[in-house]
Every structure is written in C-alpha cells, then in structure tokens.
Design a protein around this ligand. Structure first.
Ligand SMILES: Cc1cc2nc3c(=O)[nH]c(=O)nc-3n(C[C@H](O)[C@H](O)[C@H](O)COP(=O)(O)OP(=O)(O)OC[C@H]3O[C@@H](n4cnc5c(N)ncnc54)[C@H](O)[C@@H]3O)c2cc1C
Length: 463
C-alpha cells in the first residue's frame, strides 16, 4: 500500500491503521525520515491517534518539499481520509470541510457550481490542512493575498486534547501562529473558507517574452495590476545578457460564453517510472529544453483562452515528476526579496546558482503584494519571490545554499519553510524577525512539545 510520499506495507483498513518504522519523505525525495504512520478514518479516530503517548504531526499529501511533513521522533498522522464536506452556503460562497479535503476535490466539486478556491498552489494535490499550515500563496498573491485572507475560521486539535476554534476574533494568536506554523501548533480538523465566484472554468491569458531580468521586472511593474494571475517562467540556465530571460504568463478569469462553461476536465496524469534514469535530466538536456521553450513562445500573444487545469496546474500532467531527479532527489529553494534591492539580489542569486550548483532546472518568479502582518511565520511579504528546483548534491549544495541564505538575509528577505530541507536555526531567526512571538504561542499551547516534525527539530521550533 502506498501512503502519499511514503512507501509502506499494509495499514489497518479501519479506524486508526498504524505502521511502525516507515520510511517517509517529502516531494523533493530527501531527506528521508522514519516514523510510525497512522491513518485515521474519521475525526474521532484522529482524536484517539493524537491522545496517545509520545509526539505527533499531521501530514497531508506530502507535497511540501523537505522534512516538514513527517516526525521521525514519533507518529505521523495521515490526514487523507479526514476529507468530508460539512456544509456549503451557495449564497455566501462559504464552504466548511474537513482538513483532508484537497484543492483537487474543491475544484471538482465547486467549479460546476460556479466557485473556485480563492488561492491555489502550482499543484492541486494538496490538502487544506497542509495549505493552512503553509499559508499558501498562488499566482494571484499581488491581488488577493495568501490563503489566510480567505479563511473564516478553523478548528484546531491541540496538545491538551481540546478542540479550539481559531479565527481573527477567537484565539487570534493561535489562528495566526497556525497559518504558516507548519503543523506544530496542533492538527487542523475542519475549516470554513470563502470561495471565489467564477463565470467559467477558463482563463484569458497574455504571454510576453522578456529577453532579460530587467525587462521581466519592467513588465511586472508596468502591467501586473491589470492581471489577477501573474507568473514568469525563468530560464535558470541562461547567463550573460540573457540572465533572467523569461516567459510571463498572466491572465484574468474568462467570462462564460463562446463554448466556455463550468466544465471540469479530467486529464489523465501520466506516471514517471519508479526507476527513472536521473542522468537523462541534466544541465545539457535542460539547457536545450529551456532554449526551445523560450523560443517556442511568441514575443507577445494576447487573449488565449486556457482551461484552469493547464494554467494553474501544468506540472500535474505528470503525476510523479519528482522521480525525474532520481534517487538523490532535489530541493526547491524559494525565497522572497523585498522590492528595495530585489532586482540586484535576483541577479546575484540567479548567477550564483547557475555557476555554483548544477543549476536550477525549473525557475519561477512571481510578485507578492502585502503579507499578513499578524502572522509571525507566514512567508509572503511585498517583493519578488523566486523558486528554483536544484538537483540534490549533499554537502556541496548545502554550503552553496547557505551563501544564498546570506544574500537573502542581507536584503531583508526570507525562505519559504514548506519548500525547505536544510535551513539553519540561526538563518531562520535572521529571516523571520517575529519568531519569538511564534515560539511564545507554541510554548503556551504545547508546553511539552507534543507536535514535532523533523523540520521543527532542525529549526529549533520545538523544545
Ligand atoms: C508542484 C508543486 C507546486 C507548488 N506550488 C506552490 C505554490 O505555488 N504556492 C505555495 O504556497 N505552495 C506551493 N507548493 C507547496 C504546497 O502548497 C505546500 O507544501 C502544502 O503545504 C502541501 O500540502 P500537503 O497537504 O501536501 O501537506 P504536507 O506536505 O503533507 O504537509 C505540509 C505541512 O502541513 C502540515 N499539515 C498537514 N495537514 C495538517 C493539518 N490537518 N493540521 C495541521 N498541520 C497540517 C504538516 O505537518 C506540514 O508541516 C507546491 C508544491 C508542489 C509539489
């Protein structure tokens, strides 16, 4: 039987199935942990799973890249079966559901009813619990903020065994510490969220090809406000005058009509073989692909109509694409740099990664609007966010990434914890200046550190 990113033997089919000593990992396939896996079938089983001895952590679909989603020191609780809908108010567009409901579920159920989730990441295979714990952002952050802005409230199962309602008015410090709190304040059991009304399942997309970083940023600043969704694919292997060359893909929700309805398209997701020869994905092959991809796009195209599926979730076309990186896996380095100094910081980082690592095989650049001022660990802040997928290379890569951390810290930026597998506790402190506020909430609601993850231990988030 397969549990998300963990390969295991059979778990009990009913109630709290439990398997000891299971190897688990995140989307980057490294690092690998070992944990007891439990998979409750319903909420009452979840309470039982958390109420035992030892430490625990909730896990969604394991789409965080590093060690955020498992607890080698104890139990990891799979939330995938805690996925029931509780209520939907069509007049207000408010959905209430359990935390194991995924973005995929939401899209399939609500697009035909004229609603879309307010924030979606680059894959639809994430649970709402995982989305809250990371306070996810989407291509619309510059307009609509992160998930926090659209959540009405959620219920949190805390270390004391109590279920606590968290909202802006009720237990607000716990509400804000859980958003971005990487599962370490408790287990989100249910939530209420404002959905976004849509007239169709389509997006009207404009394409711009930018020959270098300056033009990419110029286009962002000139015209991003005209678009609800904005993202740039960057050729991470191009250097010299082409450093930062990109394809900007920006769009707005399409009106209905002309054959555009509220249809859900189920693409067949192809699987990458379990044993994929990682050597096929290398700097030369990716460089050739990037050049083709860049040139294949017109300098400018306007108003192409695209279904939401390829626009928001292009990578989901291949289900296990993380296997392309082979056994050693990869890491994603995602940082945000404030606008001031951001342009030079981006140039330095892109050039450094190109020269000092095997290179970033997939590079994405976005702009953030205002962050959530009340949330100590939420990642977004106004600025540029750069995400780079880099093949894992052990200590050599770790020390290269530490040098990028230094640039990020110098410019007042930060790294996204849900993508992280190697940041140090010292660098975390230098990046998140309200860390002590978060730690104070953690100590109050979980004085004995019952909620633990490998990431939490590495970063000093648990005692
Ligand atoms: C291809 C790809 C593209 C992505 N694009 C984006 C993007 O554009 N924007 C973005 O913000 N993120 C993006 N992500 C990251 C992803 O959205 C987050 O890592 C998300 O948290 C994954 O959800 P999950 O259900 O898989 O959670 P997991 O990876 O299983 O867990 C992530 C964290 O959530 C916690 N958690 C899970 N369930 C609960 C719960 N019920 N209660 C409390 N804590 C819980 C875990 O303890 C862990 O700390 C992307 C990931 C991939 C693989």
């Amino acid at each position: 039987m397969r549990f998300g990113g963990a390969e295991t033997g059979a778990a009990g089919a009913r109630g709290v199935g439990s398997l000891a000593n299971q190897r688990v990992w995140g989307w980057g396939r490294q690092p690998v942990g070992e944990t007891e896996l439990r998979r409750p079938e319903r909420l009452r089983d979840l309470y039982a799973a958390v109420s035992g001895e030892g430490t625990a952590l909730a896990r969604g679909l394991g789409r965080s890249y590093g060690d955020a989603s498992f607890n080698s020191a104890g139990t990891t609780i799979l939330m995938e079966r805690i996925d029931r809908y509780v209520d939907f108010d069509p007049s207000a567009g408010v959905v209430e559901c359990e935390a194991g409901v995924t973005i995929d579920d939401l899209v399939r159920h609500f697009v035909p009813r004229g609603f879309f989730p307010p924030v979606v990441p680059g894959t639809k295979h994430v649970t709402m619990g995982g989305a809250i714990a990371s306070d996810i952002h989407g291509k619309n952050h510059h307009k609509d903020g992160s998930l926090a802005r659209h959540l009405l409230d959620f219920e949190l199962l805390t270390a004391s065994g109590d279920i606590v309602t968290c909202s802006r008015d009720e237990n607000p410090d716990l509400f804000w510490a859980t958003l971005g709190g990487m599962g370490l304040t408790g287990v989100v059991t249910t939530l209420r969220m404002q959905m976004t009304p849509v007239a169709s399942a389509y997006v009207e997309v404009d394409i711009d090809r930018a020959p270098d970083l300056d033009r990419t940023l110029e286009l962002f600043h000139e015209s991003d406000e005209n678009y609800r969704y904005s993202v740039a694919w960057v050729d991470g292997l191009a250097g010299g005058r082409s450093l930062g060359r990109s394809i900007l893909m920006r769009g707005n929700p399409a009106p209905s009509g002309d054959g555009r309805g509220l249809d859900v398209k189920r693409r067949k997701e192809r699987s990458v073989p379990k044993i994929f020869p990682a050597a096929l994905l290398n700097r030369t092959s990716v460089k050739a692909f990037n050049t083709l991809y860049y040139r294949r796009h017109p300098r400018q195209a306007r108003g192409a109509v695209q279904h939401y599926e390829p626009f928001f979730f292009p990578l989901d076309a291949a289900r296990d694409w993380n296997r392309l990186y082979g056994k050693r896996g990869f890491t994603q380095y995602q940082c945000v740099l404030p606008y001031e100094g951001g342009r030079d910081g981006l140039a330095r980082i892109l050039e450094f990664v190109r020269r000092e690592t095997r290179g970033s095989f997939l590079t994405v650049l976005k702009r953030f609007g205002p962050g959530e001022a009340d949330s100590p660990l939420s990642f977004p802040m106004p600025g540029y966010t750069l995400a780079m997928d880099i093949p894992w290379r052990g200590a050599a890569l770790e020390s290269a990434l530490e040098r990028i951390d230094a640039i990020v810290i110098e410019l007042g930026g930060r790294v996204y914890l849900t993508k992280d597998a190697r940041l140090s506790a010292e660098s975390l402190r230098a990046m998140y200046d309200r860390l002590d506020e978060w730690l104070a909430v953690k100590r109050r609601v979980d004085p004995e550190s019952r909620f633990v993850s490998d990431l939490g231990q590495r970063l000093g988030l648990v005692a």
